[in-house]
Write a protein that binds this ligand. Structure first.
Ligand code: AMP
Length: 215
């Protein structure tokens, strides 16, 4: 099964991906996570991506497409995968379709997680995570037991450098300008499923399971 996950920053894509990858044994491919790894390792790609990421702009298509194609090819033997944060432009979506055609594969469904803009900023700026064990928290919705400390005793929690109010606003604007046209793109192809991402986490999961159980 090949799934594309669409949705603005803070929609809950990462949270839902963890669940569906477990349930359906799919590989989670997050373009944002891969870019953060490249930055941490100080690669040329990581250095080039830095200024775009810090300002909430998109990294150029040619860099992202090459990066994701490598990742997809490496996952060839996996049962399937979920693309989280890719594609984010029409150009990326077309490049993905071409690659899928050549490989004789198809995208089964594009999940479109819709959340009202006024909810996104609070969701994103409150996010914290533990870099050691990967646990995720939210200052309001799922706070750690002790302020800013991982519940598993790993130490201090981390806030992503692009999860600040100013950058989040820029990322939301970028989403509307460059990524939301993908909704029409996949609607035309007839493989989109609209989901209400304003609902509670478990309710969103239920909506997703209803869609993926039919794939
Ligand atoms: P995310 O973790 O998905 O919120 O992505 C963090 C940042 O990485 C974005 O704000 C972009 O600067 C960059 N990025 C991630 N995925 C893409 C993509 N598909 N195309 C362009 N830039 C991306």
């Amino acid at each position: 099964m090949i799934v594309v996950f669409l949705g603005p920053p803070g929609a809950g894509k990462g949270t839902q991906c963890n669940f569906i990858c477990d349930r359906y044994a799919l590989k989670h491919m997050s373009s944002g996570d891969i870019l953060r790894r490249e930055r941490k390792e100080g690669t040329d790609l990581g250095k080039e991506a830095q200024s775009y990421m810090d300002s909430g702009k998109l990294v150029p298509d040619n860099l992202i497409v090459a990066m994701m194609m490598k990742e997809i090819q490496a996952a060839d033997d996996a049962k399937g995968f979920v693309l989280d944060g890719f594609p984010r432009t029409i150009g990326q979506a077309e490049a993905l379709d071409n690659a899928m055609d050549k490989a004789g594969k198809k995208i089964d469904v594009a999940l479109n997680l819709q959340v009202d803009d006024n909810k996104l900023e609070e969701r994103v700026t409150g996010r914290r995570s533990c870099l050691k064990c990967g646990a995720s928290y939210h200052l309001v919705f799922s706070p750690p037991k002790v302020e800013n400390q991982c519940d598993k005793g790993c130490g201090q929690l981390n806030q992503r450098s692009d999860d600040t109010s100013e950058t989040v606003r820029s990322r939301i604007a970028t989403y509307h300008e460059q990524t939301s046209p993908l909704v029409a793109y996949y609607t035309k192809k007839g493989n989109i499923a609209d989901l209400d991402g304003n609902a509670a986490i478990e309710n969103v999961t239920k909506q997703i399971v209803e869609v993926l159980d039919k794939v």
